[in-house]
Design a protein around this ligand. Structure first.
Ligand SMILES: NC(=O)c1ccc[n+]([C@@H]2O[C@H](COP(=O)([O-])OP(=O)(O)OC[C@H]3O[C@@H](n4cnc5c(N)ncnc54)[C@H](O)[C@@H]3O)[C@@H](O)[C@H]2O)c1
Length: 325
């Protein structure tokens, strides 16, 4: 297989690319290495991918149609796409809303247009998010639930991606799977996410802010489980379905309190957190919890990593990385 992985220098993209390369696939990684968070972390992930035979890197912006068009013209053998490049982060969408529409909406369209020009394309797998469930309170979140009440612009752009995906599957028969990721964490993780910011603050002796006293719950999903789900989905295109379009949750199937996450970080890092409490911001939901029977039935997906196993693995990577930086 020749697989275009967008966002390959990102947290999930890096891990997915590693896994595909390890099983002998050719991976064309694409990323614009933007400065939303520490570019050294993106470069370091990329350096590891570059040591692998079968990896090629393209420095490009997915919202630029000529650049992406040139990639598919140069590589007409691409038969799978894993599209993970995005402007991520719920809270940052209050600060720079335009970046979300530019990358997540325009960029998604550019990828769809490029995909439909690839004659050998068997499957486009792309990232959506649990945030599309917005203000829903009935748990667990199921793919059949309402998703028309986003509480952040980030969620609105990801829902737009799902709708554009449906249109392209209907109009052009483009086989797609949208994966709704639930709070992914692990080594080489994202510095803007709570588990990472908490780790940094704990080590620096700085205070952390716990919304609603740490009682918010998240379905924390270890990155290796996400990779298994992404690759499993990639290997099972929605062939024979009309339109060939699926949307699947991918989570750990367990909501855990943020206070539990903090206790595990304290234990793994060997330091106590200085805690401040604050009310929940309006872009944050109270709880997320994924129903995963659909992806389990279609691909055999089964989350294996408890938070109590995953956090020590993240912490040990974090201590090494911070030592190097
Ligand atoms: N990590 C999570 O918990 C989580 C949860 C739900 C959904 N997601 C989605 O999963 C995907 C991967 O997320 P991640 O956590 O690895 O984030 P990330 O920010 O680490 O990775 C995204 C990568 O895309 C690149 N990128 C951004 N805009 C681009 C553009 N215009 N052109 C080319 N490259 C661009 C960035 O440089 C980055 O390397 C995203 O679509 C995100 O919205 C992640």
């Amino acid at each position: 297989m020749t697989i275009l992985v967008t966002g390959a220098a990102g947290f999930i993209g890096y891990h997915v690319a590693e896994s595909l390369l390890a099983r002998g696939e050719t991976v064309i990684g694409l990323d614009n290495l933007n400065a939303y968070y520490d570019v050294r972390l993106k470069e370091a992930r990329l350096d590891r991918l570059r040591t692998r035979p079968g990896f090629r890197f393209v420095h490009a912006d997915i919202a630029e149609r000529e650049a992406v068009g040139a990639v598919v013209e140069r590589h007409p053998d691409i038969d799978r796409i894993v599209h993970l490049a995005a402007q991520a982060g719920v809270r940052h969408s209050l600060i720079d809303p335009y970046a979300y529409v530019q990358t997540n909406v325009m960029g998604q369209l550019v990828i769809l247009e490029a995909a439909r020009r690839l004659k050998n394309l068997r499957h486009l797998v792309y990232a959506s998010t649990s945030s599309v469930y917005g203000a829903n309170t009935e748990l667990p979140f199921r793919e059949t639930d309402r998703v028309d009440r986003p509480v952040s612009l980030y969620a609105a752009t990801k829902r737009a991606d799902e709708l554009m995906g449906h249109a392209y599957a209907h109009l052009f028969g483009l086989p797609q799977t949208g994966l709704r990721f639930f709070t992914v964490y692990g080594p080489w993780g994202r510095p803007d996410m709570a588990y990472y910011m908490f780790a940094r603050a704990i080590m620096a002796g700085e205070p952390i802010t716990l919304y609603d006293g740490g009682r918010l719950k998240r379905d924390f999903t270890y990155v290796d489980d996400i990779v298994a789900g992404v690759v499993g989905a990639l290997d099972h295109p929605p062939e024979g379905e009309t339109p060939p379009n699926r949307i699947l949750n991918i989570g750990n199937h367990r909501g855990e309190e943020v206070s539990t996450l903090v206790a595990l970080l304290e234990k793994s890092l060997g330091r106590r957190a200085v805690v401040r409490v604050a009310p929940r911001p309006s872009v944050d939901v109270e709880e997320t919890f994924a129903a995963v029977d659909a992806i389990a039935g279609l691909t055999g997906f089964a989350p294996r990593t408890a938070l109590s196993e995953g956090i020590p693995r993240f912490a040990s990577w974090f201590l090494g990385w911070n030592g190097e930086a």
